[in-house]
Design a protein around this ligand. Structure first.
Ligand code: NAD
Ligand code: ZN
Length: 253
């Protein structure tokens, strides 16, 4: 909707009224609007802020549970990149428990808003919001080509991407092993393990080159030094990415 508003007649004002958890904590804030090209995510888009964002958690009462779980991944991401105690709090909570969800949504929006105001055009700090998204988007695109029962919701793909990025963080940025395990357990308590074949993994690594955050053929990741402390623009070799999938496959939940 935002993309249509800001391209129709070269742009008209609009208000975002998100009705899904994902849209409340992520899509409605920050001014990024765009559309997918085929299975490639967000290839055409523009940054333009709504006049207002109106969030009412009442809408979530009718949202399918899988959609709540999908949105929750972005909230977990907010904890991981900005606030260790928020991450711990989310871990004690259930994504389908709507009591008190308004306060959590508020905190997530605060985290996202702070990052976005600091760096609206994603030159530095805002990149942290892409934690889990480099591989997550490739995974989402890969499964879009499959039958409906194999497709993943955005947050479900991002949850996998965050586990893979956590392993890369341990190997590249010295994230402590106990934090790697804590994050992976934390995510797996909500998200089923997906079965990746070697062919799936090869195709996913191949798709990374379409990520629009890449420059000059180089793929960059957001990784963690510790929970709440992201590091942007880190490179990872393909070998390490394959190892990350091994870590995901072999982790006992
Ligand atoms: N701009 C950004 O920064 C950003 C970030 C993340 C995602 N996105 C984009 O935003 C979109 C995701 O938004 P979304 O998750 O709201 O998708 P969506 O609008 O497709 O909603 C998901 C599903 O939930 C249903 N639904 C929504 N609200 C409901 C409610 N209150 N009760 C019952 N059913 C309800 C919808 O009909 C749909 O079937 C995607 O296109 C994604 O690419 C943008
Ligand atoms: Zn996302």
């Amino acid at each position: 909707g935002g993309f249509v508003a800001c391209t129709f007649k070269r742009g008209i004002d609009y208000i975002n009224v998100p009705t899904s958890l994902l849209a409340m904590v992520d899509a409605s804030v920050g001014g990024k609007t765009g559309v997918d090209l085929g299975t490639l995510k967000n290839q055409v888009g523009i940054i333009s802020n709504p006049k207002m964002v109106l969030v009412d958690p009442w809408f979530l009462g009718s949202l399918p549970v899988a959609q709540l779980r999908s949105g929750y991944a972005e909230m977990l991401k907010h904890g991981l990149i900005a606030d260790q105690s928020y991450w711990q709090e989310l871990n004690k909570n259930r994504y389908d428990d709507l009591n008190g969800v308004g306060r959590l949504i508020h905190h997530s929006i605060e985290i996202k808003n702070k990052v976005v105001l600091e760096d609206p055009r994603e030159d530095h700090a805002r990149k942290a919001l892409n934690f889990g998204h480099t591989l997550g988007h490739a995974i989402e695109s890969h499964f879009m080509n499959k039958t409906v029962d194999l497709q993943l919701l955005h947050g479900e793909a991002i949850a996998i991407g965050m586990i893979l990025a956590t392993y890369l963080s341990q190997e590249i940025c010295g994230l402590a092993k106990d934090q790697t395990i804590q994050i992976t357990h934390g995510i797996f308590q909500y998200y089923e393990k997906i079965n990746f074949t070697n062919k799936d993994i090869e195709d996913i690594v191949d798709l990374l080159k379409y990520d629009k955050k890449n420059s000059h053929g180089q793929i960059y990741f957001v990784l963690l030094k510790e929970i709440g402390k992201p590091i942007i623009d880190k490179k990872a070799t393909n070998d390490l990415i394959f190892n990350a999938f091994d870590f995901y496959k072999n982790f006992s939940k």
